[in-house]
Design a protein around this ligand. Sequence first.
Ligand code: ATP
Length: 345
Amino acid sequence: MVSSGKLHPVVLIPGDGIGPEVTHAVIRILEAAAAPLRWQEARAGIAALEAGGEVLPEETLEAVRRTGVALKGPCTTPVGKGFSSVNVQMRKKLNLYASVRPVRSIGGVPTRFENVDLVIIRENTEGLYSGAENRVTDDVVISLKVATESACNRIAHWAFRYATQRSRHKVTVFHKANIMKLSDGIFMDAAERVHARDYPNIEYEQRIIDAGCMRLVQDPTQFDVLLLENLYGDVLSDLAAGLVGGLGVVPGANYGEDCALFEAVHGSAPDIAGQDVANPLALLMSAVMMLNHLAQEREDECASVCSERIKNAYNRALHDGQKTRDLGGELGIEAFADAVIERLA
Ligand code: ATP
């Protein structure tokens, strides 16, 4: 247990593209808020390659295993043969099997719906992200969708436990088991079984993903926690982000048994990198999730107070119209960070 006054060592991976810019702004805000953190910078992605190492250096993974917590900017995977996604590799190697993405309407960010409050829980280790692709003939390639009963059970337990702890009322599985009878079937069966056996307190439903998406964009308030296999979770995260203002405002966390890694849903957005227009809020919100995680896991009241201060400050900034361009404002990255820092009470 870390008591107030102690600093939690956290691995910081700035990443590529807009990663270093938004990370810099977020660190400034965390420091201004006196967050009880001590950074250990590590590399991954293009930044690691350019420093003369592997795209995902072993020492980066070791550092995360050692500290148990990391804040990560988006990493770019070099184009070409021989490189599998850095972000996917990291989740697999650290066994960060549960991805959690809260998608909420934010005051000061007007969108089509006002009361969106969803949590997307994505299985992070298998499905079509198995990386098992083969060329069978010149004309045919195959891609394997992997589902194991153990991983399906594990994520189902995680989702229902999360829903219970956070006082959420319903878990919905999106699936395509009418077509992928075995792989999506096993995912759905696991959720159904775990619900029936251990979580009668939570409402449970299943939706075929195409119809589910239609319902989601018609009225997102009919859903609460969405439980999805890997690829569906990826797609639905961006779709849901579109309901609340876009990728600039959706944070994320990846949890395993031994460590947790916090990162925004967005990628490295090379199209806007270096132009001082990216929104650092998604990474800042991920950092707030990290502080809450430390507060809970290590019973650190100071982390909890700090997370509240930052949340209140960015909410006030948005309410006052202090916004980056993606949200209809005019502020650059550091100017937005200044606006948040000025409002830290
Ligand atoms: P990946 O494949 O790594 O997930 P992607 O192709 O989905 O990446 P992103 O990098 O997530 O693409 O970004 C998609 C678009 O959304 C970008 O081109 C950019 O215009 C916008 N975008 C993403 N993140 C932000 C941000 N933080 N602030 C402003 N705009 C953003």
